[in-house]
Each structure stands twice: as structure tokens, then as C-alpha cells.
Design a protein around this ligand. Structure first.
Ligand code: MYA
Length: 168
């Protein structure tokens, strides 16, 4: 299925998943779809392994967590932030290194204090390698972190190959 991309989310400087200057991080890019889902693209490398050649389950969990946690940003013009209070991941297939992976996240439930969502990691052959459910407590950013957008380089990073649509 083709997902039309309607926007790109911001990256940060040092976050393990989205930090562009975290040398050991995943440097994932996040694309909002017309269908109010969020798709992350990233390519894990040797440093992200558990068993040789296989992505560490904790790293797979981290990218699922962030993709679901960021999907809430698609819903509002102002930024709504959450901290993870629950994450359940099912690992269905080994996830290889050194190839681009797609992660999809969406919000499934929301009230004024909590939001919930689900996500999946897809292999290049279209198989679902992992699925997740996450629950997040809404917290204003100033309560989560001492956050200065300039210092944390919180901005949209455009790439030449940013997609207009993503097939999954
Ligand atoms: C900006 C640039 C950055 C780049 C990154 C962007 C990426 C974004 C990515 C996002 C993805 C990555 C995200 C990350 O990695 S976030 C990092 C991982 N998560 C955390 O650090 C969260 C740690 N927990 C807390 O800080 C506190 O527990 C919070 C703030 C959640 C509540 O503490 P607070 O003192 O405020 O409130 P309270 O204790 O009076 O509780 C209030 C109510 O909530 C209920 N409750 C509490 N805990 C739980 C629980 N675990 N399950 C179920 N319910 C829970 C509790 O029963 C109570 O209900 P009630 O009794 O009132 O009915």
C-alpha cells in the first residue's frame, strides 16, 4: 500500500533515535502520512546488533516507542508531548542490519491525560518484524526536559531523497 507523505517532523541533536549528531544513534527520519500515521525510516548498523547480524530488541523497541510517541504530533498544530508509561513489544522476525527499515505508528486512543498507540517495523520484503503497543502520559515539554530548541537543534532536516510517498 502506498502512503502519501504530507509533512516531515523535526529531528533533534542527540536523541538516540532521532539525533542527527548522535554518532551511535539511529538517525531516523519521520514522515507524516495523509492517513494520520507516522512513518520512520532508518538503517541500523553493526553497533545496533544483539546477536551478530541481528538488530537488538531494545533498539527495535526504542524506535517503535518514539514512532508511536511522535504520532501525536501529527494531530495538532501545537506540539503535544508525552512520556512513555507502558510499552509492549512482540518480536516476530529477526531484524537485519544495514538495510533500510520502515516503522509505522499511529494514535489509537486519547484523553486529556493519556494517549495510546500501536506501531510495527516492516522488513524490506514487506513482512512485519515487530509490533508494539504504547501508552504515554501527556506532559508539557518544560516538565520533561530543560529544552532549548536552538541548543537541541530541534528542526526539520530536509534530505534530497525525502519521499513523496512510501510503499509498505
Ligand atoms: C524535544 C526533542 C526531543 C527529541 C525527542 C522527541 C521524541 C518524542 C518521543 C516520545 C517517545 C519517547 C518517550 C520516552 O522515552 S519518555 C522516557 C521514559 N518514560 C519516563 O521517563 C516516564 C517516567 N514516569 C514519570 O515521569 C511519571 O510517572 C509520570 C510523569 C508519568 C506521572 O507522574 P506524576 O507525578 O506527574 O503523576 P502521578 O504519579 O501522580 O500519576 C498521575 C496519574 O497517572 C497514573 N500513572 C502514573 N504512572 C503510570 C504508569 N506507569 N502506568 C499507568 N498509570 C500511571 C497514576 O496512577 C495517576 O493516576 P490517578 O491516580 O490520578 O488516576
Amino acid at each position: 500500500m502506498k502512503h502519501k507523505i504530507v509533512g516531515k517532523q523535526k529531528n533533534s541533536k542527540l536523541c538516540f533515535v532521532c539525533g542527527m549528531k548522535n554518532d551511535l544513534g539511529l538517525k531516523a527520519h519521520f514522515y507524516a502520512t495523509e492517513g494520520q500515521e507516522l512513518i520512520a525510516l532508518f538503517k541500523p548498523c553493526e553497533e545496533h546488533q544483539s546477536y551478530p547480524g541481528r538488530l537488538h530488541g531494545g533498539v527495535a523497541s526504542a524506535v517503535l516507542d518514539e514512532t508511536i510517541g511522535r504520532a501525536i504530533l501529527n494531530k495538532y498544530d501545537t506540539e503535544v508531548w508525552g512520556v512513555t508509561i507502558e510499552l509492549n513489544v512482540k518480536f516476530k522476525k529477526p531484524i537485519p542490519l544495514n538495510e533500510e527499515l520502515k516503522v509505522v505508528g499511529r494514535i489509537t486512543k486519547e484523553n486529556n491525560r493519556i494517549f495510546e498507540g500501536t506501531g510495527e517495523i516492516y522488513l524490506q520484503n514487506g513482512e512485519t518484524a515487530a509490533t508494539a503497543y504504547g501508552k504515554y502520559f501527556k506532559v508539557p515539554l518544560e516538565r520533561i526536559a530543560d529544552f532549548d530548541p536552538e541548543e537541541n537543534e530541534w528542526k526539520i532536516i530536509e534530505k534530497e531523497d525525502d519521499p513523496d510517498e512510501i510503499e509498505i
